[in-house]
Design a protein around this ligand. Structure first.
Ligand code: ADP
Ligand code: ZN
Length: 436
């Protein structure tokens, strides 16, 4: 790889010992900063009986208490700000998937660091001047639209700020302006591909699209295969949360984990039950400390997503750690008759079956005190007219495969193509009637 493949080669390729020194320095600065500017952390540390003078190095990080989503809610709207209100240049709000929305404020420098993080990722995929990035993440309070927009502008690409929705118009603009990169949720992109098929648009023949940047919701490796086969583009995973900023990190060309920038964020993986660190490569809950943020820095923020980290240098030459696929939030995990199930495991089984489409929903209910899960999944368009007996066999096979993978018997119902709802943003895959 040559230096043009990096946005900031000195940082991105920094030898690990130097990177750790840099983290150490920024971590100490962060502690001094929150001590001076954060009422919230002063209170939190006092409650936890932490004397910041005892926290001398990164090794002491684990002595500090966690920050959790509830802290945002308890301090709603802006009790966690470390700066005067008139230095906030923007607010965003989370989508509120798991409860009351949280508000995040940014300084000018926060926006710059955020855009830089995306600029590094885009450059790692060779995206820059000359590219046309169609940004279909929602604009507005959601961090996806504007966040991505600023990153795209930083690398000098042309942004086409379509936002989500109006799928036919998306396709028309994609063709008319020669979009090369498309950014949205993976579920929305599958919908776009479906509409394209109906309109007779072939991505390879009729568009210049080569890269998809997909995130904001969990998706499986098998979904990636589906997308790439159906549209002949390269699909990359993008991750972020509004509390950290918004969309921040992405895979490089090697599609081997999402690069986290260690000069901006310190990553830990913990056992969600005990709060203890787990060893490298083990799955656990993602915890992040921000070492560049000004408006709302976070110390040991429990994001709630389950993943694992690989700290080996990547083939691309970057030395920063990589998040391997995000399996979903700890609270996305379903407990069905005492068995832990991640929706992603089910998606993987379904996407391996060519007769099935990409749209599915998990319905969970309780009958006679027993949890029941029914999986609604559409038949792929190509197989819509298939004989009933063949589809019955497909269904039985899926039930068997799911039983092997999950250790659980579930119902499967095949739906006609188009029967299940489509989403413009984050798809609703699970309907848990036990909670209604
Ligand atoms: P909300 O918490 O209200 O959904 P956000 O819009 O900040 O607000 O969503 C961030 C969350 O979205 C992450 O914590 C994670 O659960 C999910 N997410 C984002 N990107 C990905 C991804 N690439 N893979 C899996 N999950 C993702
Ligand atoms: Zn890489």
């Amino acid at each position: 790889m040559n230096f043009l493949d990096y946005w900031d080669p000195l940082i991105e390729r920094m030898p690990k010992p130097d990177l750790i020194k840099l983290q150490e320095r920024k971590f100490r600065k962060l502690l001094a900063y929150v001590k001076d500017h954060s009422k919230f952390y002063r209170r939190k540390f006092k409650e936890a009986k932490i004397n910041l003078d005892d926290i001398k190095s990164l090794d002491d990080l684990q002595k500090l208490p966690f920050t959790i989503k509830k802290d945002f809610r308890d301090n709603y709207p802006i009790g966690m700000l470390c700066i005067p209100n008139n230095q906030v240049i923007r607010y965003h709000a989370s989508s509120g998937t798991t409860g009351k929305r949280t508000i995040v404020g940014y300084t000018r420098n926060d926006i710059h660091e955020w855009s830089t993080s995306l600029a590094r990722g885009l450059t790692s995929l060779g995206v820059g001047r000359g590219d046309i990035i169609q940004n279909s993440y929602g604009y507005g309070l959601f961090t996806g639209g504007l966040g991505f927009h600023y990153g795209a502008e930083m690398v000098g690409a042309t942004t086409l700020p379509t936002g989500a929705g109006m799928t036919e118009r998306q396709l028309e603009l994609m063709q008319d302006l020669g979009t090369t990169v498309f950014a949205c949720t993976p579920s929305y992109f599958m919908h776009i591909a479906e509409v394209a098929r109906k309109l007779g648009i072939d991505f390879g023949r009729d568009t210049k699209l080569k890269i998809g940047l997909f995130g904001a919701e969990p998706w499986s490796e098998d979904m990636r295969k589906r997308i790439e086969e159906a549209t002949r583009i390269d699909a990359y995973d993008v991750f972020g949360t509004s509390e950290l900023n918004g969309p921040l990190f992405m895979e490089c060309k090697f599609k081997n984990g999402i690069h986290i920038w260690a000069d901006q964020y310190i990553v830990e993986i913990i056992d969600p039950d005990t709060g203890e660190s787990v060893s490298e490569g083990k799955k656990g809950e993602l915890v992040v400390t921000t070492i560049s943020k000004e408006a709302m820095p976070l110390i040991r923020y429990r994001i709630g997503d389950i993943t694992y980290v690989d700290s080996e240098d990547c083939e691309c030459g970057r030395t920063h750690p990589r998040l391997m696929r995000i399996l979903g939030r700890a609270d996305d995990m379903l407990i069905i008759r005492g068995i832990n199930v991640f929706p992603g495991q089910i998606e993987s089984v379904l996407m391996k079956v060519p007769e099935l489409g990409e749209n599915y929903q998990l319905i969970i209910d309780r009958e006679h005190e027993l949890d029941e899960m029914t999986i609604l999944v559409e038949v792929a368009e190509k197989f819509a007219k298939e004989k009933k007996s063949r589809l019955f066999k497909v269904k039985q096979n899926v039930i068997n495969d799911l039983r092997n993978v999950l250790n659980l018997s579930v119902e499967v119902k095949l739906e006609k193509p188009g029967n299940l709802p489509r989403s413009l943003g984050k798809a609703t895959r699970v309907i848990d009637k036990r909670k209604l």
